[in-house]
Design a protein around this ligand. Sequence first.
Ligand code: OTU
Length: 636
Amino acid sequence: MTALEAEVHARLEGLEADAFLARLDVVRADLVEALTVVYGDSAELLDALIADALDAAAARSVDLRRIDRRREVDPTWFLSQDLVGYVCYADRFAGDLGGVAKHVDYLAELGVGYLHLMPLLRPREGENDGGYAVADYDAVDPRLGTVADLEALAATLHERGISLCVDLVLNHTAQEHEWAQRALAGDPTYRDFYRFFPDRTEPDEYERTLHEVFPDMAPGSFTQLPGTGEWVWTTFHEFQWDLNWANPEVFRAMLGVLLRLANRGVDVVRLDAAPFLWKRKGTNCLNQPEAHRILQAIKALTRLAAPGLVLKAEAIVGPDQLVPYLGGHEHHRPECDLAYDNQLMVMLWNTLATRDARLARQALGRRTPPPAGTGWVTYVRCHDDIGWAVDDGDAWAVGLDPAAHRRFLVDFYAGSHPGSFARGARFGDNPETGDARTSGAAASLAGLDHALDSEEPDQVDAALRRLETLHAVVFSYGGIPLIYMGDELAQRNDDEWAADPAHSDDNRWLHRPRMDWAAAARRVRSDTVEGRAFAAMSRLVGARQASPSLRSDGSVTVLEVEPTSVLAYVRRHPRAEPLLVLANFSDRPAAVADEVLRRAGISAPVHVHSSVGTFEHVGASVHLPAWGFVWVRQSA
Ligand code: OTU
């Protein structure tokens, strides 16, 4: 027996020790390779990290180990078609963590099996970027509760079969974090946790190729410190200091944070701003190979300590840069398990505005699927702005001038384009590049405010149909669909968003409203907007859960059809019948030639779900209503 084996057996009981050592055998090579690329060949670092993982494994509760066992038996549990997610701010949803626990019935009623609570660790006081400026990773925001409340909530959710996703901000801490404060005080250990520069020489060199995340709210990527005049790297706001991941002590400290979070009962960790971890002069400092290696090392160590934990990359990057976050490199290297499908979201809003699915077909049709065992999370809206990441090549391929088209989308969703039904706002205007992004709640972007003001029932129908069809794609394209709080009730923009001085310069709060529980109470009434939206969402959840072809580890193939307003794709899974989705992004009905069924491998069509409740197959055509969709599968 080696010293390590003896140590593992001393710390863990019989089978647990064997399991830990077996996992170490499986992950060791990946771990060593990743660490060596980033930090050089250091047996000392490797030993220290394995010891940290062992500590965490020993501290893991029996209940969580049970969950680990189940997930080791079924490692694709999170790819099941059963899983539907919900995303909310604990305070905006229910006051605090205890309040969330009291509203579990609401989530269960909706069929939710995955709850993402927006940042809940203790942020800095005042402006904190929606919680993405963390002052203490080992404390919960006192307004939301305590660490014990978090553990209790995780346990409550687990009892109801709901897994919990929590954010971990890896790229930066708040300047109020103890590490930053010690660095400010001159402690050399902690100065090395961040990136300081004596003058503008290096910042200027870097900024030549960096892009600005918040060009208007927080220009530049460096901030000058008042006392010494030094500059510190701040990609986002001036109060968010980028960590120096080139320092192995930063890796170790953040690993500790992650493992403690896992041991509190968190099932899925959303790794915020993952692309930004590594900086290299002459590049945009995104997606660097070392950033991937860091994530691979984190994956190996979490597999060791908390094998049931799922890692979700928040990497809002182009599709070619995205698949590597799921381990898709020249060889597969385990990295994150889930990643946000930002492109699908952008393409949906694009199609809604243009009523033309050709750009979506072009962009989605040429994508690389996620590697085996991994998947996307899909979404219509989230807490962030929509960045119009339309690839230039894709735009030209369908005859669009990319820059002009992006400007059109910004104007359309700001409601300033003639004939637009949307009520959003411009976000992140960059006068230098002419770029801008979009804020706004899904229902408002889909035209509900406009429709209610017009007092035309047809317009309200159209807006609700748009909202439903967007979700019908997100629920069927491939990946865990995430419902963004309030969208199940067609909740609109928060017009009071600027009233809070801590938010008043950030119009992303337009689409971060408080849950309107009075509106939620109307969900049982079919004559209300809320009742119609909630019923539509519930039907989608049910239809998805009954459709094994929609498992996230199935495949998707985009089909060319006429008219161009229709987005068509077929979902296949080896254990199920093929399922065809047709979604009509037009205010006119559409007739699609029924040979599309044959192309989808469907000879005996069965209606699964649709906006009107029937599969209208008349003559040689499939009929779709305006802004409507149908899911149809091959008979078993
Ligand atoms: C994330 O977003 C969060 O989602 C934002 O709410 C935070 O403000 C930000 O990090 C800082 O913590 O650039 O425009 O490729 O797109 O990390 C939002 C990833 C962002 C980035 C993403 C970031």
